[in-house]
Design a protein around this ligand. Sequence first.
Ligand code: GRF
Length: 194
Amino acid sequence: MKKLIGKNKFRTAVFISGRGSNLLSLIKFSLNKNSPITIQAIVSDRSRAKGLDLAKKYNIKKKVVSFKKKKLAESKILEFLKKKRINLVCLAGFMKVLTKDFINKYSGTILNIHPSLLPKYKGLNTYERAIKNNEKYSGCTVHLVNSKIDSGKIILQKKVRITKKDNAKTLSKKILKQEHILYPRAIKKYLFNL
Ligand code: GRF
């Protein structure tokens, strides 16, 4: 893929449910002159997600959609993505599982970041489970999203060493630091290999 500049950048939406530290790292990445993405929207299922504050700060359109009725929520989001001409979605701490229907109907790509070395430790409480199993390493993975949880094609991973002193909190901190580096790198890898 050629260098993407100006109008040719991938119009990206980031989906969040909480803190938004990965969102911030992606925003910073998008603001580099040579970045292949431009963040055009932040989508959240929770109106109180802390990461939504970044919408105002960086002047990015936000959309909050309740998932009480999932089908309705997804159709609203699809309409919004279409209107904003979004061709890349990055899930970043988005806690809802998107349906097969949504994934099939959306014509772009959906990526996710997960705090484990997939295929190990899909789902929640990845840090606790890795420590409990006496793993020497854990880490993070960026992968394509398909209809099964944390199961799509792996794009990039980063290993993090687990020491005897680690608990879930210290491990999550170490992994998160790597996530912020990994997600932009994985996006580049994915887009430039298209
Ligand atoms: C990250 O650990 C990510 O891997 C997981 O949820 C967490 C989100 O953190 N999917 P943040 O909201 O980006 O700070």
